[in-house]
Design a protein around this ligand. Structure first.
Ligand code: SAM
Length: 178
């Protein structure tokens, strides 16, 4: 919704999700904010999207499914339901979604990868693995956009529940050269 407001009606937002319920909530929220005209919801599995050409954009946000380890204060159940195999599956899905999202970024465009996890395996390690597979992308440090306290040495955004008294979250800004 923040992205939509930023556009000031000068662009379009395509929201892709496999979960119809989430898309419905987005559409309703967009209507409430009177920006539903710029939001198109696409019910699809991003990994097998066949007509991605029409969705190619200058800015792509991948708000990835994650373990939620940054929001344990709100989701205490996650503490007890974690399994090692789930984590491996999740990392595989995050890699696949990153590859699929990269295909939607126009040359010179930006891909933002975000999670609500504080686990480096889902954050820095996924980005490092992505950059090995995609030499056309580079890290664009986020220090122009967020206060210094939230910028990691590698130029990522990171909020730490202990340090910042906020939910834990991570974001990497990746720019496509070609
Ligand atoms: C962290 S949530 C994103 C929430 C979203 N930003 C919102 O505010 O509703 C991750 C989302 O990824 C979706 N997802 C998981 N696998 C997917 C896939 N293969 N293709 C498209 N969406 C997927 C889930 O349904 C979930 O809604």
């Amino acid at each position: 919704m923040h992205a939509t407001n930023d556009l000031c009606f000068a662009g379009l937002v395509f929201a892709v999700d496999v979960n119809r319920g989430r898309l419905r909530i987005l559409k309703e929220t967009a209507k409430l904010h009177q920006v539903d005209g710029v939001v198109t919801t696409v019910h699809a599995d991003l990994c097998v999207l066949t007509d991605g050409e029409a969705l190619k954009s200058n800015k792509v946000l991948l708000d990835a499914p994650c373990s939620g380890l940054g929001v344990l204060s709100k989701r205490a159940d996650l503490r007890w339901n974690r399994k090692l195999e789930d984590m491996e599956e999740l990392k595989k899905l995050q890699d696949e979604l990153l590859d699929a999202a990269a295909k939607l970024v126009k040359p010179g465009g930006v891909l933002v990868y975000s999670t609500c996890s504080i686990d480096p395996e889902e954050n820095e390690e996924r980005v490092a693995a992505f950059l090995l597979r995609h030499a056309e992308f580079r890290i664009d440090p986020v220090d122009r956009f967020v206060p210094p306290d939230f910028v990691t040495d590698s130029g990522f955004y990171f909020s730490n529940p202990v340090k910042h008294s906020l939910d834990g979250s991570f974001a990497a800004r990746l720019v496509r050269a070609s």
